[in-house]
Write a protein that binds this ligand. Structure first.
Ligand code: HEC
Ligand code: HEC
Ligand code: HEC
Ligand code: HEC
Length: 157
């Protein structure tokens, strides 16, 4: 007992630790989400929450079902492998209500350059240009049909 004669300060300090630990347990109880740990080290409810997000992309088949003319043009051209929404952006709302939700007009100076601006990092056989020098400010779709962009030897669309 003699050993702890003057140890009051140690017990007060240990008491502080106990209080801090209790505060930690209380705070933890309130801030850790209810479903954490249900299936492992993550929040189980995250799965249903993410699944409930509204869908932004309609998918290529939806566009093709209504815009058969565009698809016919595209399928024969060099953009056959580029899906509609890769250029037009996510259009699930348009596909669900096509007369009221009209897709925004695209700016080809931005859109086409995004894929075709020349860069040493791109595969050599991928068609690429220096947009400024190649088009000298003229909009790309003046010469290229966006849905079938290759220009025949004649130079017309
Ligand atoms: C249910 C039928 C339907 C579906 C599905 C649909 N569209 Fe449309 N789309 C229309 C109609 C109707 C219009 C209105 C004007 C028209 O006839 O061009 C339109 C207009 C457009 C326009 C604007 C044309 C303009 O005049 O500015 C674009 C671009 C377009 N759709 C792209 C798409 C893409 C990309 C998809 C796939 C995500 C898609 N659409 C899915 C029916 C549809
Ligand atoms: C390589 C990019 C690209 C792809 C892929 C693409 N579009 Fe377009 N589309 C454009 C551009 C650029 C325009 C002209 C500017 C505008 O109207 O916004 C356009 C115009 C349109 C228009 C309105 C004018 C027109 O030509 O009839 C419709 C409708 C359309 N696209 C539908 C589609 C559908 C459906 C698909 C897939 C089958 C598709 N697009 C694929 C870039 C693209
Ligand atoms: C999402 C990427 C993407 C966008 C955006 C895009 N393209 Fe393309 N483009 C491609 C791919 C992929 C090919 C096919 C390349 C191949 O055949 O090796 C292609 C092919 C082409 C070709 C054919 C070149 C040849 O071999 O003759 C031209 C021209 C072209 N695109 C112009 C355009 C124009 C103009 C626009 C804007 C309206 C545009 N592209 C937007 C991906 C894109
Ligand atoms: C004044 C007409 C004109 C304009 C504007 C134009 N092009 Fe071209 N482009 C051509 C011609 C002509 C060719 C050569 C024929 C071909 O390869 O299809 C070509 C070829 C290309 C090619 C293929 C290059 C290759 O090495 O195979 C790409 C990619 C291309 N253009 C993209 C664009 C983009 C992106 C824009 C807009 C920034 C644009 N073009 C604007 C006329 C034009």
């Amino acid at each position: 007992m003699n050993l702890f004669k003057d140890a009051g300060h140690l017990f007060r300090f240990a008491g502080l630790f106990v209080i801090a630990f209790l505060v930690f347990l209380i705070v933890r109880h309130y801030i850790v989400p209810k479903t954490f740990g249900e299936y492992g080290h993550y929040r189980a409810a995250a799965i249903t929450e993410i699944a409930a997000h509204p869908i932004a992309f309609a998918g290529h088949q939806a566009c093709v079902d209504c815009h058969t003319d565009v698809q016919d043009t595209k399928a024969k051209g060099k953009h056959a492998g580029v899906n509609c929404e890769a250029c037009h952006g996510p259009l699930a709302k348009h596909a669900a209500d096509p007369t009221n939700v009209i897709p925004p007009k695209l700016d080809t100076a931005v859109l086409c350059a995004r894929c075709h601006t020349a860069s040493a990092a791109k595969p050599k056989d991928f068609p690429q240009v220096d947009p400024a020098a190649h088009s000298s400010g003229v909009a790309c779709e003046t010469c290229h049909n966006p849905h079938s962009p290759a220009i025949s030897a004649g130079g017309a669309k």
